[in-house]
Design a binder for this molecule. Structure first.
Ligand code: WQD
Length: 351
């Protein structure tokens, strides 16, 4: 058993805590009374999110947040932060995440995502901190043999370096526990995170042309893009377009808080799917978003995008049964909150 600690006595180090999922998770943790130390190099995030987080949580919780602009791969900087704060738990979000870019920059993706994880766990070990929650992805399931996907569904070879980094880091953390059973590892496999904080103060802020569907739809809704490009309408799905399990980023955030509470006092390796269990097609997303923004969003049908699967959605009963966690928000909520964020922050945090 690892030591059981009350939230107010627990310092959680969050790598990538300024990013989309990280920032929402930090709000959830501060609200629940945890002390939080963010380590983020701001390579794909804005320092402005710190003020937004503090506004949302208010005092006194805001006083429990510390931010370091540092690269997780910078061993000396990371060791200094561990010396100073002695975190007892780590949530590891930091990593590159653009699927297409990972195909053209494999060295950068492996060096950054895997390299920073190895540096992180080594520094953790040196400081006697052996509890980690890792941001994994449904991408490890590849093209599913059957749906819904449970945690027992087989992992498939990834189709791009980004996917391989998630796949391999899961393995690295599992091997760590095999070598030293004091490690306490939770692997959270996210389905498709969308939405934004209901306050409109935080959301997804992609640089350049969005790779993912909902940010692209949101930018089309606001007039920054002419039309959504639907990647294929000849899939074996009810309307021919790809089906995914979209999950509100605030539900994902509460999933991390549930995992922290669940892992308290344990050791082991556990995998959880975080999704809603409901599949939604590309056309259904466009329709729901059109309703949220109050006008029709134009779209054109393009060929399929290489590497895309037909459909995936999660069986989330394990997270419900073990951690008492369930997603609360539906697609309408997700589109409403994405639109609220996009319409109030048309240029993201830098606007
Ligand atoms: C969803 C659906 C597309 C864009 C990827 C990663 C995953 C995770 C999330 C991120 C699919 C279709 C998309 C567009 C479209 N990682 N689509 N037009 O591919 O399920 O998952 O992002 O950090 O690991 O693989 O998400 O949002 O890109 O696509 O028609 O402009 O929308 O074909 O059916 P995906 P997505």
């Amino acid at each position: 058993m690892s030591e059981k600690i009350a939230p107010q006595d627990t310092c959680v180090l969050v790598t990538g805590g300024a990013g989309f999922i990280g920032s929402h998770t930090v709000v959830e943790l501060l609200t629940r009374g945890y002390q939080v130390v963010i380590v983020d190099d701001l390579s794909n995030a804005s320092a402005k999110v710190m003020d937004r987080i503090k506004t949302i949580v208010g005092e006194p919780a805001a006083a429990n947040l510390t931010f370091y602009e540092a690269d997780v791969n910078d061993r000396a900087a990371l060791a200094k932060i561990f010396d100073e704060h002695r975190p007892s738990r780590v949530i590891h979000f930091a990593g590159y995440k653009a699927v297409g870019e990972s195909v053209s920059k494999p060295i950068e993706y492996y060096a950054n995502n895997i390299g920073n994880t190895l540096t992180l766990v080594d520094v953790m070990r040196e400081h006697g901190c052996k509890s980690i929650i890792f941001s994994s992805s449904a991408t490890v399931y590849g093209d599913p043999d059957s749906l819904p996907l449970t945690e027992e569904s087989p992992k498939k070879p990834a189709t791009n370096p980004y996917g391989w980094t998630k796949w391999m880091i899961e393995q690295i953390l599992t091997d760590l526990h095999t070598a030293d059973p004091e490690w306490n590892v939770v692997l959270l496999r996210y389905f498709n995170p969308i939405g934004a904080h209901p306050s409109g103060l935080m959301g997804e802020d992609p640089k350049g042309i969005p790779n993912n569907l909902v940010p692209y739809v949101a930018q089309t809704a606001i007039g920054k893009r002419d039309a959504v490009h639907v990647f294929g309408d000849d899939y074996d799905t009810p309307d021919g377009t790809g089906v995914r399990d979209y999950i509100h980023v605030c539900d994902l955030a509460s999933g991390h808080a549930a995992a922290l509470a669940w892992m308290n006092g344990r050791t082991g390796v556990e995998v959880f799917n975080l999704g809603t269990g409901t599949g939604t097609s590309v056309l259904e997303i466009i329709k729901a978003f059109s309703k949220a923004c109050g006008h029709e969003i134009p779209y054109v049908v393009d060929p399929r995008r290489p590497g895309d699967v037909t459909a995936n959605y999660a069986d989330c009963s394990k997270a419900r049964d073990l951690m008492g966690w369930e997603a609360k928000f539906n697609i309408e909520d997700m589109c409403r909150d994405s639109w609220n964020w996009q319409s109030h922050n048309p240029d993201g945090y830098e606007g």
